[in-house]
Ligand binder design. Structure first.
Ligand code: HEC
Ligand code: HEC
Length: 338
């Protein structure tokens, strides 16, 4: 049984970890309901998902772990410059996970460390955080799998763990944005012809009429399609996901200024352009339930308005090893058993 003073210390420690955001630091919880709880549950009782903020960069320590966190941050910010063999295109993690994964409106990495391992319905199995990062390397960056045992992967994981400081294991799913890109209202669909007009008016100035971006315009404008952008197997290649990212975040620094219909229209235009293929994509959602806007065919799902596909170099490296039948069995049972 925990004493009052231990509960107080535990709660204050969580508060210190969220330093720089005094909002997270309320009065220490010493009420009897918190005291009655034991062990890890007491820590969770003091955790307030809506108030939590990721730590400030200035708090990264000056020791070996801090050096790994700093290297991981650099890899997330400059992925293609740092790891050209794994990110041969021109995207960096931060181009989508905006502000180094801090933005709650752009599939935040803050808190991810406390959300994994988790069941991923696209894979049909439980996956760990390294596999999740590699799904983004192979699909979202159109690149190659980073060896899980490499120092670079360990540095990226160290960064994500640090960015998630203070979120109790298992509580990451309660944070804003934990489900990835926010869901958009049901019933909206885009029209790519109308989207071309939105693109010309609102996007061309930065991303260019050819959608290829411009590395020389600060902070560096990423490409939206073609061989150096995300592949067809990326979540961003789905019209609903792209509409969400665009509505919340684009035009850059002017999120939520388009109408939601405009966001769907321009998303339809962007996702209709040629992009890299993604090997093994037909095995996605192996237990069914493929969302309607997935642009390629899977078991029980017909491709939805697929874009022209560009051949993929190094296809063998562009794949996260699929789960074994045994790893899949239980989720299959679950789906069949209702
Ligand atoms: C003022 C310049 C600017 C404008 C205008 C702009 N973007 Fe972006 N866009 C960016 C930048 C910069 C990033 C990367 C964000 C970062 O790294 O923080 C980005 C990222 C993106 C991404 C994710 C990365 C990628 O390359 O796929 C998409 C999708 C996107 N923009 C779509 C659009 C659409 C659609 C419009 C028009 C509605 C638009 N943008 C308007 C600058 C701009
Ligand atoms: C083209 C855009 C894009 C790029 C580039 C990208 N990602 Fe992602 N990533 C996403 C989207 C979108 C999701 C969430 C999918 C959803 O909404 O279902 C995601 C999800 C994730 C998740 C799971 C988050 C969670 O807590 O569930 C991790 C971890 C991740 N990405 C890491 C990375 C890393 C590391 C990189 C760079 C090596 C990267 N991503 C590059 C778009 C991107």
């Amino acid at each position: 049984m925990l004493t009052r003073s231990l509960v107080r210390r535990v709660t204050l420690a969580a508060c210190t970890l969220a330093a720089g955001t005094l909002v997270a630091c309320g009065e220490p919880r010493t009420d009897s309901s918190a005291v009655r709880q034991e062990g890890a549950r007491t820590v969770s009782a003091g955790f307030e998902p809506a108030a939590w903020q990721p730590p400030a960069e200035s708090t990264i320590t000056h020791d070996s772990l801090g050096d790994a966190v700093r290297r991981g941050l650099a890899l997330v910010m400059h992925t293609h410059d740092s790891l050209p063999a794994y990110a041969p295109g021109r995207l960096a993690c931060t181009n989508c996970h905006i502000n180094g994964g801090r933005s709650v409106d752009a599939a935040p990495l803050a808190g991810s460390h406390a959300r994994f391992p988790k069941y991923m319905d696209r894979t049909g199995a439980v996956i760990g955080l390294a596999d999740r990062v590699n799904y983004c390397f192979t699909r979202s960056l159109g690149g190659n799998r980073l060896p899980v045992e490499s120092r670079e992967m360990q540095d990226i994981l160290a960064y994500i763990a640090w960015l998630s400081s203070g979120v109790p294991v298992g509580e990451g799913k309660a944070l804003p944005g934990a489900e990835g890109l926010h869901t958009m209202p049901a019933g909206l669909t885009g029209d790519s012809a109308r989207g071309a007009t939105v693109f010309a008016a609102k996007c061309v100035a930065c991303h260019g009429a050819d959608g290829q971006g411009n590395a020389n315009i600060p902070p560096g404008i990423p490409p939206l399609w073609g061989p150096q952008s995300f592949s067809v197997g990326a979540s961003m290649a789905r019209k609903g996901k792209a509409a969400s990212f665009i509505w919340y975040n684009m035009p850059y620094l002017q999120g939520k200024t388009l109408s939601q219909q405009q966001a769907f229209d321009v998303a339809a235009y962007v996702t209709s352009q040629p992009r890299l293929d993604s090997p093994g994509k037909e095995r996605d959602w192996p237990v069914g339930g493929t969302p309607a806007d997935v642009p390629y065919a899977t078991s029980g799902h017909a491709a939805y308005l697929p874009p022209p596909l560009l051949p993929r170099a190094n296809a063998g490296q562009a794949l996260v090893p699929p789960p074994s039948p045994a790893q899949r069995a239980r989720s299959t049972n679950k789906a069949q058993g209702g």
